[in-house]
Design a protein around this ligand. Structure first.
Ligand code: T4K
Length: 371
């Protein structure tokens, strides 16, 4: 009997005995934060591992988004997706920008480049797309639109750790990319995040902004905030990084098993595999259209009755929340694809330790209902 519920995800933790020596070192050094040795080490390790340069660690992904927007001096209107976690558009409100919501593609669930240009006004300064579920955006078309209209592009890559497109890290696209290392992510530092920059100057700007703008004991160069990662967080990242590839392989095995057991089930759409993408299997979103069986909500309830806590990421759409609902771009008629996907999506549990028996149980419930 399974007493503990099966949750949509579970944090990856390194063996505790491999984490303790990091803590002992922190205790010994009495250096807890402010660009300590584990911060510097983790930045270098992540740059190497991810195949990027100029990565600046932050205390979480939301502050990293705000720092990225500040570093590029983004204001006015910013075109973004309604199909994301609220932090994406909240970060715009926090820097005083106005989100303009663009509909999404029905295959990738990412911002639809076809529909971006119609939303550009003289107040538009940037585009904030999300690689939702780690599925890369159409960065080529987005880049061309941005270039044509002189806009910045900041990718919310919170789900896209270690995702590659055409053999290259997806984090190399746009002006800046932002990662989240929250407990629920493929790679976690309890809480954490990073801004991936393309130049040392930009990284310096982000480093200033995350440390009050302080450059030296008597020098403050910008109106920064406090968004530093502490040494315990960085140690967690270092202890975990070496398990990353094997964790992704285990996630992939779970995803393959779902495909094996659910492929061809009428009324259900499974995540598409893309030949040009090496993914991280951070989420397993399925669409349930209700045409041949229970609705999405009924499937969610059914799983819950069996202690399986799937999640309706990302329902409701961001545009349904009161701080966005009044915006002209938030009306449902303008976002038909996003509205439909949000009404049908269900993220099934996926994490390295999820057993084959649990995947089989989930799939049996989805195939046969409560028999
Ligand atoms: N942009 C995007 C596109 C994002 O998805 C996010 C975060 C951000 C930006 C912002 O990055 P951060 O500032 O968070 O670094 C979760 C996460 O809290 C959030 O980080 C994540 N996106 C979002 C998609 O999912 P909730 O409200 O669903 O979390 P919660 O507490 O319900 O956790 C989900 C499940 O995970 C639980 O049922 C059990 C499991 N869990 C969770 C935690 C916290 C554990 O097993 N252990 C844990 O410690 O938002």
């Amino acid at each position: 009997m399974n007493k503990k519920p099966i949750t949509v995800t579970q944090p990856s933790l390194p063996p505790l005995d491999e984490f303790i020596p990091y803590l002992e070192s922190i205790w010994e050094d009495k250096w807890l934060t402010n660009n300590g040795k584990f911060n510097r080490e983790l930045e270098a390790e992540l740059e190497r591992f991810l195949g990027v340069e100029h990565l600046a660690l932050c205390s979480n992904g939301t502050l990293a988004l705000m720092l990225a927007l500040k570093a590029l001096d983004v204001r006015g209107e910013v075109i973004t997706t309604p199909f994301s976690f609220v932090a994406t558009s909240h970060s715009l409100l926090w820097v005083g920008a106005v989100p303009v919501f663009c509909d999404i593609e029905d295959k990738t669930y990412n911002i639809d480049p076809e529909k971006i240009e119609a939303l550009i006004t003289e107040r538009t300064t940037a585009i904030l797309p999300v690689h939702v579920y780690g599925n890369p955006c159409d960065d080529e078309r987005i880049g061309k639109i941005a270039q044509r209209h002189g806009l910045k592009v900041i990718y919310d890559a919170a789900h896209a750790f270690h995702v590659k497109k055409d053999g290259r890290s997806i984090l190399t696209r746009g002006d800046l990319s932002v990662l989240s290392f929250h407990a629920t992510k493929v790679f976690n530092t309890f809480e954490g995040g990073a801004v991936v920059c393309h130049t040392e100057e930009m990284k310096q700007k982000v480093k200033d902004l995350k440390n009050f703008g302080i450059r030296g004991e008597t020098t403050v160069v910008s109106a920064g905030m406090n968004a530093k990662m502490n040494e315990v967080q960085a140690a967690m990242g270092l202890a975990q990084l070496k398990y990353l590839e094997q964790n992704i392989a285990k996630r992939r095995a779970v995803a393959d098993h779902y495909h094996e057991l659910l492929d061809g089930l009428p009324g259900i759409t499974l995540p598409a595999e893309r030949a040009d993408v090496s993914g991280n299997y951070s989420y397993f979103p399925i669409l349930i259209d209700g045409s041949c069986g229970p609705s999405r909500d009924a499937a969610y309830d059914l799983l819950k009755r069996h202690d399986i806590l799937s999640r309706k990421y990302f329902y409701p759409l961001i545009t349904h929340f009161p701080m966005y609902a009044g915006l002209p771009s938030a009306s449902a008629e303008k976002l038909p694809v996003a509205e439909r996907i949000a009404a049908q999506v269900l993220c099934l549990p996926v994490y390295p330790g999820l057993s084959r028996a649990h995947v089989e149980k989930i799939c049996r419930l989805l195939r046969e209902g409560e028999k």
